[in-house]
Design a protein around this ligand. Structure first.
Ligand SMILES: Cc1cc2nc3c(=O)[nH]c(=O)nc-3n(C[C@H](O)[C@H](O)[C@H](O)COP(=O)(O)OP(=O)(O)OC[C@H]3O[C@@H](n4cnc5c(N)ncnc54)[C@H](O)[C@@H]3O)c2cc1C
Length: 587
């Protein structure tokens, strides 16, 4: 046997501790953590990096978990993904993301600037957030996993998994790999879900939507076609530096620009259109044709896409939702995206992935250290993944329903912002504890177990009461304006967030400069209820020094560039800038 053939034979006979199917962002983050901690890890992917992947918009909860994963498991490269200032050094094609903006549209009518909402992401030093060009970011993270010692095989399509004491993974070429535990990160076409017949024939979800998407060139910044900025009740964050959502009765469209800063190298935007199946049933039509036909019904959206052209093939799906009757068993588990999916609205995908990795990594590391990763206890993961998915489903189905009327959407939208606010306050609390004392015990305790604060009983009560008002509209028992008023009165009575989150006239609850982040922390410490203070704002004395350290670290990284230092200083104190176009487009 020649030397190469011998190496190949050894590789095939080797028994890994953990084999991860897929090398997407979730798989490679988990693979990096496991390999970094000495777990013998194999990643198998049918494709090869760089390759296209969808899932490009982060939310502050994702950003928070990226920081937590990096610190808790000592993989600093994961934190690189958590802010634009960091990621631009390793994945320069990514875009900057400073906010979520939701523009409400009515068929055949011009858009009214008062009907726009904004939710700011983190300012420096924690942010700004990122529009992830996944081909580049996933390739970076795959490289990190390999550097920490994970074995990555590309072009290795997994055909079958035989679950025994030593799991046998059979590839399309007939060869086999062996491991003591299988993590399935192969996404919606999950190998294990197919093989173990895990998919619910009818997803256990109320949301019923489909999507048409592509990447486009020539999408002009919305700043150029929107009304005058003074007409909006928003901060001056450029629209082109946010994940822009055009929402309307029946669906919504996303615009995720990568070409929105002077150093941009990728002159494209991710564009998608999600449609409520009740109002836009699947019809087998060409995706591109249908996209333009629907967009043209809304003058404000049509103007935004004028002159834009697709740079890759259009994808048009049937119903997007799927769920699995089980997500973990003896010697196997599914990563969140392999288990279930609701809808891209509110960018929950990577937030669920990072949340899941945080739980799974600990269990797999402990079980491996004790002798067998197959002994990992994953009941907690399954319970709270399902709970988080069920919540996102209610939130998203409610959003589609609320778009029948702007007032109703304006009220329902608070369910997302308040849940997100408390979630992130909790994550900052955990981050500060992990950094200061390595204490990660609270992740498996109430009220932090599920995403979007749904594990916190007062928020759960608020959500359920508000959801009942929406249901009453659906059943014809309440008008949309009565339901909106009732939801807002529940929101007000719950006292879970500062007034900017609860006032219906407020369209931008966080003007995210560093000063305002400190003001929110001060609200939590001195103005919120005693319970909120204890549960979500008890670590301000650690968070503030952490922010100061992060700020000086970021400034140190920018020390060689006067322009970089200027931008950092500006973004700490202001939401305004005029740098939302790639350099040669601006000139
Ligand atoms: C339309 C749409 C828009 C979305 N937008 C967002 C968003 O804005 N923000 C967000 O956070 N999330 C979003 N998501 C969710 C996001 O895409 C996922 O959460 C994320 O990509 C999960 O990463 P992953 O690594 O688990 O899986 P993936 O990135 O899907 O990677 C799966 C990998 O498995 C490999 N694979 C598949 N089958 C096999 C096989 N048989 N053998 C070997 N390898 C295999 C594939 O080649 C691929 O590399 C969106 C999802 C959709 C559908």
């Amino acid at each position: 046997m020649g030397l190469l053939a011998t190496e190949d034979w050894i590789l095939r006979m080797k028994v890994y501790d953990v084999c991860i199917l897929g090398s997407g962002l979730a798989s490679t983050m988990l693979g990096s953590i496991l390999a970094r901690q000495g777990v013998r890890t194999l990643l198998l992917d049918r494709s090869a990096h760089p390759r296209f992947a969808i899932g490009e918009s982060t939310i502050p909860s994702t950003t928070g978990f990226l920081k937590i994963l990096a610190r808790r498991y000592d993989v600093p490269e994961i934190e690189t993904l958590s802010s634009f200032n960091r990621i631009k050094r390793v994945a320069p094609s990514c875009g900057v993301k400073r906010a979520f903006t939701f523009i409400y549209h009515r068929r055949g009518r011009p858009h009214a600037p008062s009907e726009a909402m904004e939710y700011r992401t983190f300012p420096p030093p924690l942010g700004p957030d990122v529009h992830l060009l996944r081909s580049e970011v996933d390739a970076y993270m795959a490289g990190v996993a390999v550097r920490y010692g994970a074995q990555l095989e590309e072009g290795a399509e997994v055909r079958e998994v035989e679950l025994r004491d030593v799991v046998r993974v059979v590839l399309a070429d007939g060869s086999a790999r062996h491991a003591r535990f299988i993590v399935d990160g192969s996404g919606h076409k999950s190998v294990l879900a197919r093989q173990l017949d895990l998919r619910d024939p009818e997803p256990r979800l109320q949301t019923r939507s489909r999507v048409i998407f592509t990447h486009m060139r020539g999408v002009r910044p919305y700043d150029h076609s929107a009304g005058p900025r003074s007409a909006y009740r928003l901060t001056h964050t450029p629209f082109h530096q946010s994940t822009l959502h055009h929402v309307f009765d029946g669906g919504w469209s996303w615009v995720i620009p990568f070409d929105n800063h002077p150093d941009a190298t990728h002159r494209q935007c991710s564009v998608g259109l999600c449609l409520d199946l009740a109002k836009h049933p699947a019809n087998g039509r060409d995706g591109e044709e249908e996209f333009w036909e629907i967009i043209r019904e809304f003058p404000g959206i049509a103007r935004h896409f004028e002159g834009a052209t697709a740079t890759r093939r259009w994808v048009s799906t049937g119903r997007l939702q799927y769920t699995s009757r089980s997500v973990a068993g003896p010697r196997w588990c599914l990563l969140p995206h392999a288990a279930s999916f609701v809808d891209p609205l509110f960018s929950s995908g990577l937030s669920l992935s990072t949340w899941g990795i945080n739980i799974l990594a600990r269990e797999l590391l402990d079980a491996t250290a004790a002798g067998d990763p197959g002994d990992a206890r994953l009941g907690f993961y399954e319970t709270y993944l399902n709970r988080s998915i069920a919540h996102y489903d209610q939130l998203i189905a409610g959003s589609y329903a609320s778009w029948a009327d702007f007032e109703l959407w304006n009220a329902w939208y608070r369910m997302w912002t308040i849940g997100a606010f408390l979630q992130v306050a909790g994550e900052l609390t955990h981050l500060a504890r992990v950094v200061d004392s390595g204490d990660a015990s609270a992740f498996t305790m109430a009220p932090y177990r599920a995403l979007q604060s749904i594990d916190y009983a007062p928020f759960e009560r608020l959500f359920d009461a508000s959801r009942a008002e929406l249901d009453a509209v659906g059943e014809g028992r309440l008008s949309t304006s009565e339901a909106a008023a009732r939801i807002l009165s529940h929101v007000h009575a719950a006292e879970l967030a500062p007034r900017s989150f609860t006032d219906p006239e407020s369209r931008s609850p966080i003007t995210a400069t560093l000063g305002n982040i400190l003001r929110l922390l001060a609200w939590g410490r001195y103005r919120s209820t005693a319970e909120l203070r204890t549960l979500f704002f008890s670590e301000n004395h650690r968070i503030i020094p952490l922010l100061a350290r992060e700020l000086s670290h970021t400034a140190w990284q920018e020390r060689r560039s006067l322009r970089g230092l200027f931008r950092l200083a500006r973004d700490v104190v202001s939401t305004r800038n005029r740098e939302f176009m790639a350099r040669d487009e601006a000139s």
